[in-house]
Design a protein around this ligand. Structure first.
Ligand code: SF4
Length: 175
């Protein structure tokens, strides 16, 4: 009988959820004999296009950690919902928004002002904040290309309202 397939994906995450899995240490070798890991960017080189090429529901379980903070996060949550039989909101950020969801108490403008201009350790005399596009002598640079390798359209990286994967599950992803 074929091994079950598992995926691990992170969205807006501190990385701690992934470290918790890595801390299985040598036991991971035993796990890898019984489970085929088909996506796990923190440890193995997979591309988004690899996931896009998988048949729907071909992953038995996906552990998705981190909150949904960007259009890329939302795209990946929806993609893994489509490709997985079961998607688990793994960790406090995926379940309830966690630390990223604290941003919902303020605005993007206030967050950028605080983080990029006002903190005592910030050295930013020009007041530069992240932009999705910038003009340089050679032309315009964009943060994300408009298509992935497989040609799928993906929106430029933008901040969206932060909400947990569990919220996406309840409102948009329930099959
Ligand atoms: S739940 Fe959130 S804050 Fe906690 S370890 Fe996971 S990603 Fe980090």
């Amino acid at each position: 009988m074929a091994n079950p397939k598992a995926a691990f994906c992170w969205a807006s995450s501190c990385g701690g959820c992934e470290i918790a899995i890595l801390e299985l240490g040598k036991s991971l070798v035993d796990v890898s004999k019984k489970v085929d890991i088909v996506f796990w960017p923190v440890a193995l080189d997979f591309k988004y296009s690899d996931v896009e090429a998988m048949p729907d529901k071909s992953i038995d379980v996906c552990f998705f950690n981190g909150a949904i903070q960007t259009s890329e996060n939302e795209h990946m949550a929806k993609l893994f919902r489509q490709k997985s039989k079961t998607l688990i909101a793994f960790g406090a950020c995926a379940n309830g928004g966690g630390i990223p969801a604290l941003a919902n108490t303020t605005s993007k403008e206030q967050i950028f002002a605080r983080v990029y201009k006002e903190t005592p350790t910030t050295d930013n005399p020009k007041g530069t904040i992240p932009e999705t596009k910038v003009q340089v002598n050679e032309g315009e640079l964009t943060l994300l290309s408009s298509t992935t390798r497989s040609g799928r359209w993906i929106k430029p990286l933008t901040l969206t309202t932060m909400f947990p994967v569990a919220h996406l599950w309840e409102n948009k992803l329930r099959p």
